[in-house]
Design a protein around this ligand. Structure first.
Ligand code: GS8
Length: 218
């Protein structure tokens, strides 16, 4: 019997995009269900009762939550074109940097568009520092995964469609501050699994403007 794969997601979510890119890389067929996060479906609430967040991957009726765990699960189940390295130390390093994206970079990026003035300047500075640290890890490689797209690439590249929002709100240029990051983004965008999956940055910015209105931080 064919696998039944359902992804509960919300289209601009960098977390959901990780699962979509990982499945595109591996050619996994799945049903995409866009959630209304202000009126979550009973299936989402039942599948992720702890966090009640997207993305959730439902594989043959069994839910898997948390995007980085979902990507690892996808990598283990559809194990051709591996995303995580084989070597235990390299695997640990890849997990470390993906965790850094979540714990540090994501938060700095969000603070850029949620704040103004001094707090925004601070967030911008920290965000650039994060990208520079990531550039150090990328070093002279084409991708974080080496010659092919890997786990850290999948964890980080979804944020590329949010860069325009960070730059517009923070009034700065990532290309100017971190040219190596932008060269890496362009390389990733040459892959269909990435370019066909990421939404338009302008569309993401419309969501950011909507959220700013909602939070009263215009
Ligand atoms: C984050 C998912 C998340 O924040 C992961 O999967 O990696 N650590 C998790 N999901 C958000 C939408 S994207 O910003 C979400 O579902 N929010 C709904 C809510 O908080 O009610």
């Amino acid at each position: 019997m064919a696998d039944e794969v359902i992804l509960l997601d919300f289209w601009p979510s960098p977390f959901g995009l990780r699962a979509r890119i990982a499945m595109a890389e591996k050619g996994v067929k799945y049903e995409y269900r866009d959630e209304n996060l202000r009126e979550k479906s009973p299936l989402l609430l039942k599948s992720n009762p702890v966090h009640k967040k997207i993305p959730v991957l439902i594989h043959n009726g069994k839910p898997v939550c948390e995007s980085l765990i979902i990507v690892q699960y996808i990598d283990e189940v559809w194990n051709d074109k591996p995303l995580l390295p084989k070597d235990p130390y390299e695997r640990a390093k890849a997990r470390f940097w993906a965790d850094f994206v979540d714990k540090k970079m994501y938060d700095c990026g969000t603070r850029i568009w949620k704040n103004k003035g001094e707090a925004q300047e601070q967030a911008k500075k920290e965000f650039i520092d994060c990208l520079k640290l990531l550039e150090g890890e990328l070093a002279e490689k084409s991708y974080f995964g080496g010659d092919t797209l890997g786990y850290v690439d999948v964890a980080l590249i979804p944020f590329a469609c949010w860069f325009y929002s960070y730059e517009t709100e923070g009034k700065f240029s990532i290309e100017e501050e971190c040219p190596k990051t932008m060269a890496w983004v362009k390389r990733c965008m040459e892959k269909e699994s990435v370019s066909k999956t990421l939404p338009e940055p302008q569309k993401v910015y419309e969501v950011v403007c909507f959220l700013k209105k909602m939070y009263g931080t215009e």
